[in-house]
Design a protein around this ligand. Structure first.
Ligand code: GDD
Ligand code: MG
Length: 356
């Protein structure tokens, strides 16, 4: 089976992290977002993953040696969420008539892909969508479906008025015949293709068991980490850190160094080669690869980008995001600061602000 992952888009809502790496390569729980999906696809026997991109593929070439064939399909202009399927048509269709997966690259879940295949094969329609329930459906694609069968009656992308609370989770299984309905031009699968298939009564939705989050925005990224770690706790608790300095669910790369007298957690990810000095307090945050948090500083509800430094006795909180290689000086207070890569921060950021 084959899968296509939509990895274009500009990831503007996750700046400044996405100014240094394309969104799919931004680390989530200590590995690039997209790797979570590639591993899930590989685990159920998908043999080729096509990355649909609209920038130069160089940066994505780190995705090698994963034991699965990875190819790129590069757009010369952004083709939206359906156009890339038309572009990759020859790669997706192999004459077997088998359905293929399509995934948004910024969603995180438990990926029950085998159940999804069984669901798709059983309903006899053309396309299947995974759905999940959320409290704030207006930022997503909303589906109205027949409870008993899963048949989708309506698909409304980002509705202004309330339609329902079951939303498109960004994980699809499509029959090759769907490609006959997509032209090679910028096209939205959500606005143009799914409503059409729903109209033809060939679109079905399966409610996703377990957690789900679109981690394409900082607040949701931080919530997504909590949900992901909760699920890890249930499934493979041995992957989580423990000890007297750990509170709740914490993921620590084995190469990270952690000093004495720290208090870490809940809901923290500490990446490869990080240095956390003594007496540091971390909660609800991500510290990315190569970052250095100096002694007695405190980081909460924030993201510390790759190779950044947090000075001693500093305090970083309230959805602060430090881009790559930021240097926050000693004793600085950073309250909701969104700091561009390579910046030196020498004075306090007293209220949420962008520092360019
Ligand atoms: N190749 C390519 N080209 N990919 C693209 C392009 C493009 O022009 N535009 C967007 N993408 C990719 C993004 O990288 C992302 O993986 C996916 O398509 C969806 O785009 P987002 O920009 O993240 O959309 P969204 O989050 O507002 O909404 C989508 O996801 C929701 C679930 O997270 C929609 O599919 C909603 O219906 C859905 O509920
Ligand atoms: Mg998104």
């Amino acid at each position: 089976m084959k899968a296509l992952i939509l990895v274009g888009g500009f990831g503007t809502r996750l700046r400044p992290l996405t100014l240094s790496f394309p969104k799919p390569l931004v680390d989530f729980a200590n590995k690039p977002m997209i790797l979570h999906q590639i591993e899930a696809l590989k685990a159920i026997g998908v043999d080729e993953v096509i990355l649909a991109i609209n920038y130069e593929p160089e940066q994505l070439l780190v995705m090698t040696n994963l034991g699965i064939k990875i190819t790129c399909s590069q757009e010369t202009e952004p083709l939206g969420t359906a156009g890339p399927l038309a572009l990759a048509r020859d790669k997706l269709v192999d004459g077997s008539g088998q359905p293929f997966f399509v995934l948004n690259s910024d969603v995180i879940s438990e990926y029950p892909l085998e159940e999804f295949i069984a669901f798709h094969n059983a309903h006899g329609g053309e396309a299947s969508i995974m759905v999940t329930k959320v409290d704030e459906p207006s930022k997503y694609g909303v589906l109205v479906m027949e409870e008993a069968t899963g048949k989708v009656e309506r698909f409304v992308e980002k509705p202004k008025l309330y339609v329902g609370n079951k939303i498109n989770a960004g994980i699809y299984l499509l029959n090759p015949s769907v490609l006959d309905q997509i032209e090679l031009r910028p096209t939205s699968i959500e606005k143009e293709i799914f409503p059409q298939i729903a109209e033809a009564e060939k679109l079905y939705a399966m409610v996703l068991p377990g957690f789900w989050m679109d981690i394409g925005q900082p607040r949701d990224y931080i919530i997504g980490l909590r949900l992901y770690l909760d699920s890890l706790r249930k499934k493979t608790p041995s992957k989580l850190a423990n000890g007297p300095h750990i509170v709740g669910n914490v993921l620590v790369d084995e190469t990270a160094e952690i000093g004495d007298g720290c208090l870490i957690g809940p809901d923290v990810a500490i990446g490869r080669d990080c240095v956390i000095e003594s007496g540091v307090r971390l909660s609800r945050c991500t510290v990315m690869r190569g970052a250095h948090v100096k002694r007695y500083s405190c980081v909460s509800s924030s993201i510390i980008g790759w190779h950044s430094t947090v000075g001693q006795w500093a305090r970083v909180e309230n959805m602060s995001i430090l881009g790559k290689n930021v240097n926050l000086y000693d004793e600085i207070y950073c309250n909701g600061g969104v700091v561009l890569h390579n910046k030196e921060i020498k004075s306090d950021i007293m209220k949420p602000d962008i520092v360019m």
